[in-house]
Design a protein around this ligand. Structure first.
Ligand code: SAM
Length: 277
C-alpha cells in the first residue's frame, strides 16, 4: 500500500515518541513491572483465575485464623478488583452473601453483590445496612411462606405473618453481618506519614461500620499502613473485640508498610463515643 509521505512521517514520529516514553519510564514503575512478572503469587493468581495476588493474603489469613464458614454474611470494603470477594464467596458458599463496596466502578465476581460508594460517607453505611436488612426480610418471608401458604389465605393470616416478620426482624436486623473485612487503601502519595493517616481514616470508617452491623462475636479484618497512630487504632479495636492480633501474611510484600488487624469476638453493647474517646 502506498502511503502519503506525511502519514508515514507522523507514524514514525509517533513510534519514536512511544519508545522515548517507554525509555523514560520511571525506575519505580520499571521495578514494579519487573517485580510483577517475577512474583510467584501474581503468576499463581493468573493460573487460578483470581482477580489479583491479594487473594493469597486473605487465603493465608483464613488458613491461620479460620475466618469464614458456609452461610455467613460478609462485607468486603475496598473490594475492587475482587480477589478477596472471590476467596470469601468460595468459603461461605452459595448459602452465604458477600457485599463488596468500592469507590471505583468495578464488576463484582460471580455470586457477589456490589455498590460503588465511598466508605467515608454516612450514606454508604446506611446503604450497606439496608442491603442486609432487605436480605433478612426476604429470607424470613421465604421461611414463613414455606411453613404457611399465605398467598391464598385470609387477611388475618397475612397480619400474623407481618407480626412475626416484625419480631424476627427487630431481633436480627440490627446486627446481620458475620465478617467485615477491609483491604481499603487510597492512592498512596509517597509521603509515609500522610499515607499512614489516610489508611487510619479508612480503618476508622470500617470500624464504625463493624460496630453498627457486626453480630456479637463477629470478626473484623482490616488492613492498615503502619505508623505512629496504629497503636491508637489498636486500642480502639481492643475496646470492641475480645481478641485483637496483628498479622502480616507471607503474601504481603516485606518492603510494604501494610499490615492487618485480625479481630475476633465482637463485644456487645458498644458505644461509639466511648470507643473513639
Ligand atoms: C488494595 S485495593 C483492594 C484489593 C481487593 N481486596 C482485592 O482483593 O481485589 C484497595 C481498594 O480500596 C478502595 N478504596 C479506597 N478508598 C476507598 C473509599 N473511601 N471507599 C471505598 N473504597 C475505597 C480502592 O478503590 C481500591 O480498589
Amino acid at each position: 500500500m502506498i502511503q502519503h509521505p506525511s502519514v508515514s512521517l507522523i507514524r514514525r514520529q509517533f513510534a519514536r515518541f512511544v519508545s522515548l516514553k517507554a525509555k523514560g519510564k520511571s525506575s519505580s514503575s520499571r521495578k514494579w513491572l519487573d517485580r510483577q512478572s517475577s512474583d510467584p503469587f501474581t503468576k499463581e493468581a493468573h493460573g487460578r483465575a483470581l482477580k489479583s495476588r491479594a487473594a493469597f493474603k486473605l487465603l493465608q489469613i483464613h488458613e491461620k485464623f479460620n475466618i469464614f464458614r458456609p452461610g455467613q454474611n460478609v462485607v468486603d470494603l475496598g473490594f475492587a478488583p475482587g480477589a478477596w470477594s472471590q476467596v470469601a464467596a468460595d468459603k461461605v458458599t452459595s448459602r452465604g452473601n458477600i457485599l463488596g463496596i468500592d469507590i471505583l466502578a468495578c464488576e463484582p465476581p460471580k455470586g457477589v453483590s456490589s455498590m460503588q460508594a465511598n466508605i467515608l460517607s454516612k450514606t454508604t453505611h446506611e446503604m450497606i445496612k439496608n442491603h442486609f436488612y432487605q436480605l433478612n426480610m426476604d429470607k424470613d418471608l421465604r421461611k414463613l411462606q414455606e411453613t404457611e401458604p399465605i398467598a391464598d389465605g385470609p387477611s388475618y393470616f397475612q397480619a400474623e405473618v407481618d407480626d412475626n416478620l416484625e419480631i424476627s426482624n427487630k431481633q436480627k436486623q440490627q446486627f446481620p453481618v458475620d465478617v467485615v473485612m477491609s483491604d481499603m487503601m487510597a492512592n498512596t502519595t509517597g509521603m509515609a506519614f500522610k499515607d499512614h493517616l489516610l489508611s487510619i481514616d479508612l480503618c476508622d470508617a470500617a470500624l464504625i461500620l463493624a460496630i453498627d452491623i457486626l453480630k456479637v462475636n463477629g470478626t473484623f479484618v482490616c488492613k492498615f499502613f503502619q505508623g505512629k497512630e496504629d497503636k491508637l487504632l489498636e486500642a480502639r479495636l481492643k475496646k470492641c473485640f475480645k481478641v485483637v492480633q496483628r498479622y502480616k501474611p507471607p503474601a504481603s510484600r516485606k518492603e510494604s508498610k501494610e499490615n492487618y488487624f485480625i479481630c475476633f469476638q465482637k463485644l456487645p453493647n458498644l458505644d461509639k463515643i466511648q470507643v473513639f474517646s
